[in-house]
Design a protein around this ligand. Structure first.
Ligand code: ADP
Ligand code: MG
Length: 600
């Protein structure tokens, strides 16, 4: 089957976009059996459902000559769960109906309703919107549904999950009973089946094979991590994949904000998507991803539902989704439009069973491994650098001239090394992290990576790699350590790190980190004083300048290191409560836009 059966004006748009063959779900809705029928369609995400319903309702809205009638009261209405999705549908229908000359109006929460009313007033053939806003417009008589020939519910399962049932029923009741109703959903839970029964007539059920299963273009990976190394593991996965575009999922806005800040600090070009953004900010995030200014998007589930970016190479579940449907929705952001994608779950060992169950539910076979190591990434960097197109490109004459000038002063080795430095400086540094499946040097027990061991034992050694800890309530009462004696008396410079015992500061990893980032020797580090929320480190004066400079470079841990001014003894922690943390600025209370307006 090809698109020749569809209206010539739509076929032309498809050809221009080089969509030569319909996807399975498109073939199914274009088949004779589906003509003029109500449809309940389930097909996996990324299977081209938008074009499918765009083509399906074409005969309902085009005139007998295959032309679009003049814009008046809308003929087709598409309801989608989120602003982003609705705008995406609008864009997709816009190119599909470009030659047919359709006027398409979006009505979405968060946009100026007055402007939408104006657009609706001018007439349109297709309206796309979110349930709440559409209902508003109907109630205020800005949206006239009396002429509707077709109505589409896109991502219907998601709309019910988001609590839009009432709004949807209101809209359905406001439209002509003889309309065609097309229901699209990745899955068909009970609520959807009930909705279909009540509002559809003799609907044809279309289930495209693999509709509810995992999807073959997506490779699932399960990555063992220590709970406290989730951010580091995310960094290494991003660095390993070097995808054109990556989406990282967290479960809450707070974790999205934190991870986004960390990634940005490490030098990733990244944006965030979460419910707390204004429409304008969301648009900016999406635009940055589309035009490649940003390559990483950190998002919550709802904010990223249905997003269609064709070049997402990897989806990382920094936090495990709550259920397998969410896993499927998240993973569906990659492996789109025929490309391959990776869906990587970060799994703390205690959540292993849950991860396995969800993977089983979506029919995915996952490869289990530890996080990519810093060494693996450096090796990859090296290979990528040697193959960098910049080296293969035909040089321009004026560049050659400048090259000769550089060569006159320096050896080829020096120049080569400078190029390597330059190349490396553009890349966020990989993190040194552990694989909880293979054990740590600190744990004397050998750790087996296979799953054959009973669950209990599997989880045992991983739960705590720090040895026994006092019960939580005891920890705060710990006696503060006395400021240690200086190891370089008179020749020491003290630095303060904004991480303490509460965030697992431990010389075991602090020491190598300080050496690596500060480019100094272990012997240059004297006393390390760990307090509840901060740490003081004594550095030999001889290397202090260098250390201070190096430690500020981007591409390291998300830890602030600053010099302690004045007398180090005074600056050292008072013995009273062990914490000499500088007074923190009081946290600014979040003020909503409405409150701000009201205060004016
Ligand atoms: P779904 O709603 O099923 O998750 P989308 O409608 O968002 O999927 O489509 C995913 C991507 O596939 C879109 O970028 C779309 O333009 C593209 N696409 C749709 N139909 C075809 C086709 N026949 N050939 C190639 N790409 C297509
Ligand atoms: Mg869709």
């Amino acid at each position: 089957m090809n698109f020749s059966d569809t209206s010539p004006l739509l076929a032309r748009a498809l050809a221009e976009r080089q969509y030569s063959d319909p996807t399975p779900v498109q073939s199914a809705v274009l088949a004779d059996a589906a003509l003029n029928r109500d449809l309940v369609v389930s097909a996996r995400t990324g299977s081209g459902k938008t074009v499918a319903y765009g083509l399906a309702f074409a005969p309902d809205i085009l005139d007998t000559e295959g032309k679009m009638p003049a814009p008046a009261a809308p003929l087709a209405l598409v309801i989608a769960p989120t602003r982003e999705l609705a705008l995406q549908v609008k864009r997709e229908l816009e190119w599909l109906y470009a030659f047919a000359g359709a006027h398409i109006v979006a009505c979405v929460g968060g946009m100026d309703p007055g402007l939408e009313r104006k657009m609706l007033g001018r007439g349109a053939q297709i309206v796309v919107g979110t349930p709440g806003r559409l209902r508003d417009h109907i109630e205020r008589r800005a949206l006239d549904c009396s002429n509707l020939a077709a109505l589409v519910l896109d991502e219907a399962d998601e709309m019910l999950d988001l609590g839009f049932r009432e709004d949807i029923e209101f809209i359905l009741d406001a439209t002509p009973a003889e309309r065609r109703t097309l229901l699209f959903s990745a899955t068909i839970p009970k609520g959807i089946a009930a909705l279909a029964k009540r509002y559809q007539r003799d609907a044809l059920r279309v289930e495209v094979a693999g509709g509810e299963r995992g999807h073959s273009d997506i490779e699932y990976r399960a990555v063992r991590v220590l709970p406290r190394e989730i951010e580091q593991a995310t960094i290494n996965l991003l660095r390993q994949a070097e995808a054109e575009c990556a989406i990282v999922f967290c479960n809450t806005r707070e974790s999205v904000r934190h991870l986004h800040a960390t990634l940005q600090e490490r030098g990733f070009s990244c944006v965030l998507l979460s419910g707390e953004l204004s429409q304008h900010e969301r648009n900016q995030s999406m635009q940055a991803l589309r035009d490649g200014r940003a390559r990483v998007c950190v998002a919550t589930d709802v904010a990223a539902r249905g997003i269609d970016l064709n070049n997402v190479g990897i989806v990382i579940h920094a936090e495990l989704p709550h259920d397998s449907e969410t896993l499927q929705h998240r993973s569906g952001r990659t492996g789109r439009a025929g490309r391959k994608g990776v869906s990587a779950l970060l799994v703390p060992m205690a959540r292993r069973g849950k991860a396995e169950a969800m993977l089983r539910d979506v029919g995915a076979r996952a490869e289990w491994s530890g996080p990519p190591t810093a060494d693996e990434i450096r090796k990859l960097d090296q290979e990528r650098m040697l193959k960098d197109p910049l080296l293969a490109a035909e040089p321009e004459e004026r560049d050659i001239e400048l090259g000769r000038l550089l060569l006159a002063e320096r050896s080829p080795e020096q120049l080569g090394a400078a190029l390597v430095r330059l190349y490396r400086s553009r890349l966020p540094a990989p993190e040194d992290i552990a694989d909880p499946g293979t054990g740590f040097s600190r744990d004397p027990r050998p750790h087996d990576t296979r799953d054959s061991r009973p669950q209990k034992f599997r989880e045992g050694p991983f739960k705590d790699d720090r040895g026994p800890r006092p019960a939580f309530e005891d920890r705060g009462a710990q006696k503060p350590r006395k400021p240690g004696k200086e190891r370089f008396p008179g020749n020491a410079v003290w630095f303060r790190l904004d991480i303490g015992r509460r965030k697992n500061a431990d010389p075991k990893w602090l020491l190598p980190m300080l050496c690596r980032k500060g480019e100094i020797d272990k012997g240059d580090i004297g006393v390390i004083n760990i307090m509840d929320t901060e740490t003081r480190v004594e550095i030999s004066q001889a290397v202090a300048e260098r250390f201070a400079l190096n430690i500020k470079r981007p591409g390291g841990e998300n830890i602030r290191v600053e010099r302690v001014n004045g007398d180090p003894k005074k600056a050292a922690p008072p013995a009273a409560n062990g914490d000499a943390a500088p007074k923190k600025k009081p946290k600014q209370k979040y003020i909503s836009k409405a409150e701000r307006e009201a205060a004016k």
